[in-house]
Write a protein that binds this ligand. Sequence first.
Ligand code: KIV
Ligand code: ZN
Length: 518
Amino acid sequence: MTKNSKSTENNNNKIIEKIRIFDTTLRDGEQTPGVSVNAEQKLKIALKLDEIGVDAIEAGFPVVSEGEAAAIKTIVAQGLKSEICGLARTVQSDIDAALKCDLKYIHTFIATSDIHMKYKLNMTQEQVIDRAIWAVDYAKKHGVQVEFSAEDATRSDRNFLIKVFKEAQSAGADRIDIPDTVGYATPDYITNLVKEIAFNISVPISMHCHDDFGHAVANSIAGINAGASCAHVTINGIGERAGNASLEEFVMALHCLYNKKTNIVTEKLYETSKFVSNAMGIIVQPNKAIIGENAFGHESGIHTHGIINNPLTYEPISPELVGRKRWLQAGKHAGAHGIKAMLGDFGIKPSEEELKEIVTTQKNLADVGKSITTAELLSISGHIMGNTKFEEKFKLQDFHIVTGQNITPTAVIRLHTGGKDYITSEVGVGPVDSALKAIQKIAVEVANIKIREYRLDSITGGSDALAEVSVKVEDKSGNVVSARKSGADVVVASVQAMMDAINKIMLRKILQSDNNNH
Ligand code: KIV
Ligand code: ZN
């Protein structure tokens, strides 16, 4: 190792109080195949990122288009708390485009691996160094903060990489960044690499890790533990190919497992994830850590039993810490404790015998492949307990929908409630819209219940993709209830989720009025 003669203190000696979060959702995240967000959405996402407390927002790559540059300029003009940064290659046109956006912070990069220099840049090591020095110097002469990245750093010759970073530092770079561009590194490799870079460099070091082998978060953390003070991350881990290190996983691991702090308001993680997922049209897989739908859901009897006694048994993070709620699910793995707790949520207290029968009945249904909604569980319980109060208040009798080209999608719905049938029809922008509007028409008329939110996710790919629908409904007294349903037919799943939500809110109302009367 050669110690940087210029610096008195290298990164190995520094005590880092808070880990800096550099969010690149709007740059690397937008490079996710098939994703493009307009200026209005970019601004909305930037405002959310500022609200959640990221230290820096990489708002985009100014030179790529006029629209991109205009969107970045608008974000800069907001005067947000987060620093706003723009990406530029080490060429004048890119840096000028960034300066024209009024950016005060430029992230400039050039590749340093043999494979990139030979097959992409067609440049020698000397030419790469000259270009890096020129770009940092040029940007610094314009009075901006400069972060310098050596693209494909983890596949670069180690001595050459350190030389490039030292030269960038001498040219005035305020920060250097170590990209694991193709997600090739392992945590051990990163530890060793970052320790050596930290020994030679005194300006702060960032990590920029991709997830091609699923190591992005682990590599970012290894970098932090070896002397880096910042990580480039994205909401939901979106980004080129397999994506970047996910902000929510990185931050929660730092806070909970490594006792390190960030400025992130963790309670806003879930809503930010949902917001970005909707704005960018990228679905979050259900089993994704922290923000996946199932991350705080429990079905197995053993687990729900533990959770009920003490949530720490099966929840390493309490859901509220990341803005979420735990939920229990009926099903074949569910046990008496879980079902009892689910019913208890509605104030329903079956006897031991009744509970046994309820559990067996719902397990039998699950065994034949039926996924049981909460309203169905309540209805089963009502039937077994001889209490019609718990029965589904709205029963779907039948529905049909006409849709196609040059035809207005129209749904006809027949529901049974309060001892009589209601038939109604509605038109909509599509089959789901017309069906939900028709159900809502009856729900509003009978009980003043309206849809508040509808969300559709595709769980699998292909034309036979499994869809997951979630519907939130509200009533006049401010009760809000949500229900989820998955199935291959989007319309049927949507109708079932809507019916479940309406029945759940009806039951809530009944139990509330019972409590008020006692
Ligand atoms: O992955 C990468 O190398 C990048 C650079 C532009 C930093 O995104
Ligand atoms: Zn990247």
